[in-house]
Design a protein. Structure first.
Length: 131
């Protein structure tokens, strides 16, 4: 048994990403938006709450709960963070930077034949990074 253990492959150890880094927050927000794509709904806004600064969440919550005039298109159609009515097939996180309590993370949204690049702005709120 000792010999078998000594010739077993050594598992590759990869450092876990920082639990609350700007990149991790952006990945979680966009993964949630993509996995639960429903457009601009109460449910979609609720799902983003863990990654949003309180004032941003409050504004989105107020907007999503405004009554819509009958036979009128809503002010916001599609997903607020994905900026679309049809979800991308995938996303990639690009470069990131941190300056004191502010951060920027580039995100690339990818559809067949189309790529869009956005920069997500974050700030530290109560010790954690929030969009």
């Amino acid at each position: 048994a000792l010999l078998l253990a000594s010739i077993s492959p050594i598992p590759r150890v990869v450092a876990a990403p920082e639990a609350d880094s700007p990149v991790t927050v952006v990945q979680a927000l966009y993964r949630t938006s993509l996995d639960h794509f429903t457009g601009f709904t109460r449910d979609s806004v609720k799902l983003t709450k863990p990654w949003l600064a309180p004032e941003i969440y409050a504004r989105l919550w107020k907007k999503v709960n405004e009554p819509q005039p009958r036979n009128a298109a809503p002010d916001i159609e599609g997903d607020v963070f994905l900026d679309c009515q049809e979800p991308p097939t995938k996303f990639e996180v690009g470069k990131s930077s941190i300056k004191q309590t502010k951060a920027k993370v580039d995100i690339v949204l990818i559809w067949p034949g189309e790529k869009r690049i956005y920069t997500v702005l974050l700030e530290q709120v109560n010790g954690g990074w929030k969009v």
